[in-house]
Design a protein around this ligand. Sequence first.
Ligand code: CMP
Length: 140
Amino acid sequence: VAERTLVLVKPDGVRRGLSGEILRRVEAKGYTLRAVRLMDATPELLAAHYAEHEGKPFYQPLVDFMLSGPVLAVVAEGNNVIAGFRSLAGATDPTVAAPGTIRGDLGRDWGLKVVQNLVHGSDSTESAAREIGLWFPELV
Ligand code: CMP
């Protein structure tokens, strides 16, 4: 099924100059970039985006990290792109993410309170619709 997903290149990815490499992998896999915007997140946007993590010990470090620099927000499109991008991204923890994945090839443990893992990808059709609405309100 044709789908859209929200991809974020998190501040660590932008800071390290990996935005192009990450977009290259999404396009090389065959997905279409529907929207791309370099932007600064806001506390309000992140509170909505990460509502499911509120109250967890890494919540505030996560929000602070996401506010530490610009984020590249992307809408990618293609059949099964939600699962496909999560496969490209690899496991949450870059230490154990498989080589060949974005996190496995480009990420590592930096010894910080929050896992810096370069990218976010929506985890379901419901999350994708919700998250695209948050980051690209003009697209909905
Ligand atoms: P992501 O899955 O994109 O969204 C939630 C983020 O919180 C996750 O990436 C990591 O960056 C971070 N995270 C998740 N679990 C932990 C954890 N146990 N400790 C620290 N950070 C975490």
